[in-house]
Every structure is written in C-alpha cells, then in structure tokens.
Design a protein around this ligand. Structure first.
Ligand SMILES: *Cc1c(COP(=O)(O)O)cnc(C)c1O
Length: 232
C-alpha cells in the first residue's frame, strides 16, 4: 500500500491519534511535566496488521500486544517497519523465549520463573515489573510483597534491563488513588534499582490520572484504534 492508502482505509484513525496526543500534552502540562518524558504505546491487540501499518504511516513507533501468538504473527508480517513491539499481556513461561524474539520490552514480569526463562535468551531485553493493584491474586501482576525479591532477581540477570513498574488500574477504585499506590511501589523498586524509573500505566480511560501520578509509558488502545473487533 502507498503511504496514503493504508491510513486512508482507517477512517478517523489520524484524528483519534492526534486527539490522544493532544490529551497527553494537556495532561502533562497540567501535571507540570514535559510530554517528552512520556512514550505512547498504541495497543493494537485484536486489530489486523494493516491497522498497525496505518499507525506506522502516521508516525507511531511503539505498539502493544497482549497475546503471544497474535503478536508473533503481526510482528513477523511487519518486520520491515522497525516498530518497537511491547508485550503487555500475561506470558506463559514456556512462551517466554519466543516472545523475547520479537519484543522490544516485556511489561508483564510477575514471577521468578518468567525472569529465569527470559534471562536464558542471549540478548538484552527491557522489562517492567507488573504489580497487582488489587487484593485478588487472580489479576495480573505480582503482589506488592514480591517487589523487593523480584527486583533483586531481575537485577541478578545479565541480559534483562529493568525499566520500572507496570500496572492496570482496578475497576473498583478511583484510578488516581491506585496510581498513587503504584508511584509508591515505583519508589521501592528504585531504592534497589535507581535506573528503573519508568512507570507503565494509563489506558484509554485513565491516562490523565496516570500522567498526574508520574506514568512514563502510556498503553492506549481503543481511544486511538476505535473499538476492538471481538476476541477470536
Ligand atoms: C488492552 C490493554 C490496554 C489498552 O486498553 P484501552 O482501554 O483500549 O486503552 C492497556 N494495557 C493492557 C495491559 C491491556 O491489556
């Protein structure tokens, strides 16, 4: 497809992307932060590779996926585009080495076995420690009590580069309050790993609150892509 064709096939995509970019700039201004401190990761899960291609034409460099099979296929199809693929979903230990082949960063580190599996890959890989902001152990992320041991475990590897923390705001609590807690968890990680300053937080409905609480990596999907097609 030519430069205009792929994005023209997705009506409104450019407008929605620009509206979110403006919203990020505005939230940064309100928080007294510089927008250059933030990275927008456009979450493209369930959408076809052609939509990712259209986003790339609009200047997007960072995309997020939450299912390994889908992420692997799309990243292979679009290998020529030089995109950074962020893996943001639950990751099975036995798929970890494969995910490390295409992912620039893995945001969902929540247990020691996953650290070990990823560390066995012979290349540097950015990782985020995902923390569960709820009391429900069934939700993604490590319990807060695991922060120090998991941080030490990641720091003990040769190849994993700990960038910071990641979380999803719970539905049952104001996002601002949950992200304040996350900022405190980030402080605990940085006490052991001073370079791990990143905070991956903020989605379509709560990115302004996340920015106010210090988020650096915003994972925004439907506000940009439109509604997701049904999960297959
Ligand atoms: C789907 C997803 C997002 C993006 O969600 P939207 O509400 O569409 O912006 C962000 N983070 C994770 C972990 C996701 O699974």
């Amino acid at each position: 497809m030519s430069v205009t064709e792929a994005s023209a096939a997705y009506e409104g995509l450019a407008d929605r992307l620009h509206a979110v970019q403006d919203g990020i700039a505005e939230a940064c201004r309100a928080a007294g932060r510089d927008a250059s401190e933030t990275t927008l990761i456009v979450v493209t899960k369930f959408h076809p590779a052609s939509l990712v291609e259209a986003l790339a034409e609009l200047g997007v460099r960072d995309v997020g996926e939450n299912r390994h099979q889908e992420a692997r296929e799309k990243s292979a199809q679009l290998a020529g585009l030089d995109l950074n693929w962020h893996y943001i979903g639950q990751l099975q230990t036995k798929k970890a080495r494969q995910a490390a082949q295409y992912a620039a960063a893995i945001h969902s580190i929540d247990r020691a076995q996953l650290v070990d599996a990823l560390a066995s890959v012979d290349r540097a890989l950015d990782v985020f420690l995902q923390i569960n902001l709820t009391d429900d152990p069934g939700r993604g992320g490590a319990a807060p009590s695991e922060i120090e041991p998991l941080t030490e475990h990641i720091l003990g590897t040769e190849s994993l580069v700990l960038r910071g923390v990641m979380a999803v705001a719970p539905l049952e609590e104001p996002a601002a309050q949950a992200f304040e807690r996350l900022a405190g968890y980030s402080d605990r990680v940085r006490a052991l790993a001073p370079e791990a300053t990143a905070i991956s937080a903020g989605m379509t409905h709560d990115y302004a609150e996340a920015i106010a609480a210090g988020a650096t990596h915003l994972r925004i999907g439907s506000a940009i892509t439109g509604n997701r097609p049904d999960a297959r």
